[in-house]
Design a protein around this ligand. Structure first.
Ligand code: HBI
Ligand code: FE
Length: 302
């Protein structure tokens, strides 16, 4: 099946830089929950209802379970303090408000201390599928349910600690690919079939079906070094998704010593998003039709 084209320009906004000068050194702000307008709550409701209707059978059990136990509903944009109270009891995490992207080192420092920085703003009603920076729907609906899972909770903290180290070694790009292909765009093999656990997918209406059901993308068994050598797309659906056998595999990943990997990555190839290697385990070899059509359209326009 073919996903419809979406107007997503820069997914998750990682091409954009952090905003200007923060008030606090850690870049957090008050969520300002009382300042949300009825229109903003209504955008949340539209997105929430659309996505909760779609996700059964697509999102993994742990995502659905996490969601069920959080103070989150269609009615209003969640209050970060209420979320944090429940999260703290379950996995020791908190949700803190930020105005948009924050610098890498600030982001990592929060994660390393089990604080998840979430954008406090929400996209406009006229741009439901367009995201320049991670907003409250992506950050809260997409990420927070999995932070209820002890393994994901430990993994994201480890990523924060590893990020600070990777930065000092000049290996951030390689480490960021791990986050991208797991926390953001990860799929997991469940006994009933392939399921979503990545927040970038779970918060996207069109990519939820594309990632799991379309013939177009490759679905490749997760391999750490392979992933660390693979570029990703920030402007469109992924050409390849990497699939974990079990969510528990993230536990080993969180405990992995990255130094030998960084050493090996000093030589050898870098792969492009759509590459499939002879050494890959390939549960599904994609037709590539979606991105081929997009490229053809772009060429015609020029
Ligand atoms: N800031 N608010 C926010 N959210 C992110 O996901 C984020 C960020 N700053 C940097 C960043 N992500 C990534 O560039 C790192 O994971 C590498
Ligand atoms: Fe994200």
């Amino acid at each position: 099946m073919q996903a419809q084209a979406t107007p997503v320009k820069v997914k998750h906004g990682l091409a954009a830089g952090p905003a200007a000068a923060p008030q606090r050194a850690d870049w957090t702000i008050d969520q300002g929950w009382d300042n949300y307008t009825p229109e903003q709550h209504a955008v949340w409701k539209t997105l929430y209802e659309r996505q909760t209707k779609l996700l059964p059978g697509l999102a993994c059990d742990d995502f659905v379970e996490g969601m069920k136990n959080l103070p989150m509903s269609a009615d209003e944009i969640p209050n970060f303090e209420n979320l944090s109270e429940v999260l703290m009891r379950k996995t020791g995490w908190q949700v803190v408000a930020v105005a948009g992207l924050v610098p890498d080192d600030v982001f990592f420092e929060h994660l390393a201390n089990r604080r998840f920085p979430a954008g406090n703003f929400i996209r406009g009603a006229h741009e439901l599928d367009y995201l320049e920076e991670p907003d409250v729907f992506h950050d809260v609906f997409g990420h927070v349910p999995m932070l209820m899972h002890p393994v994901m909770a430990d993994f994201i903290q480890a990523y924060g600690k590893g990020g600070l180290r990777a930065q000092s070694l000049g290996k951030l790009a390689e480490l960021a690919r791990v986050y991208w292909y797991t926390v953001e765009f990860g799929l997991v093999q469940q006994s009933e079939g392939l399921r979503i656990y990545g927040a970038g997918i779970a918060s996207s209406f069109s990519e939820s079906t594309f990632s799991v059901q379309s013939d177009s993308p490759n679905r490749i068994g997760f391999d750490l070094e392979r992933v660390m050598r693979t570029n990703y797309r920030i402007d469109d659906f992924q050409e390849s998704y990497f699939v974990l056998d079990h969510l528990q595999d993230l536990l080993a990943l969180a405990q992995t010593e990255f130094a030998p990997y960084y050493e090996r990555l000093n030589s050898g190839p870098t792969y492009q998003p759509g590459d499939v290697l002879p050494t890959d385990r390939v549960p599904h070899r994609g037709t590539g039709s979606y991105h081929r059509e997009r490229t053809a359209a772009a060429v015609v326009k020029v």
